[in-house]
Unconditional design. Structure first.
Length: 151
């Protein structure tokens, strides 16, 4: 009876190990696909804050303009991007308006020369633009553009 229990336990552990390896390989391929689609910033794209840190534009996946039903209309831009590893964090958000074009720059910061776990993390931020007069506008966040109209 003891031998049968031991064999059953042994086979269960083997099965769990095989399933874990299959899941790991499958997940590794998905992570590799995601990481292969990530363009690492070139050294010319980076601003060095100091000898220890690197600042770069955050990769942006979606820009959505939200218009509040108020008078005057309040404009907010909802930005979705991602952080490429466990050491990268949001650094700064800047906005500027020239005519009907609104530019938003979101940067990340990470330590230089530090090995970090490759963990892609989604980042979301709402940037308040304020009130704008009626017209057609374009908002550009790190190169991703979205057009909108205020009536």
């Amino acid at each position: 009876m003891e031998t049968i229990r031991f064999q059953l336990l042994h086979r269960t552990v083997q099965f769990a190990t095989i399933i874990s390896v299959i899941c790991y390989i499958g997940c590794a391929n998905v992570v590799d696909d995601i990481l292969n689609g990530i363009d690492e910033p070139s050294s010319s794209d980076n601003d060095v804050v100091d000898d220890e840190s690197i600042v770069a534009d955050m990769p942006i996946t979606d820009v959505e303009v939200l218009l509040a039903e108020s008078h005057p209309v309040q404009v907010t831009v909802e930005v979705t991007g991602w952080l490429s590893d466990s050491c990268t964090a949001h650094h700064e958000t800047h906005q500027a308006q020239e005519g009907n074009s609104i530019t938003i720059q979101i940067t990340t910061i990470r330590p230089r020369n530090l090995a970090c776990a490759t963990v892609v993390t989604e980042y979301q931020e709402q940037v308040s633009i304020g009130t704008l007069p009626a017209g057609d506008y374009k908002v550009i966040v790190n190169g991703v553009a979205q057009e909108f109209r205020i009536d």
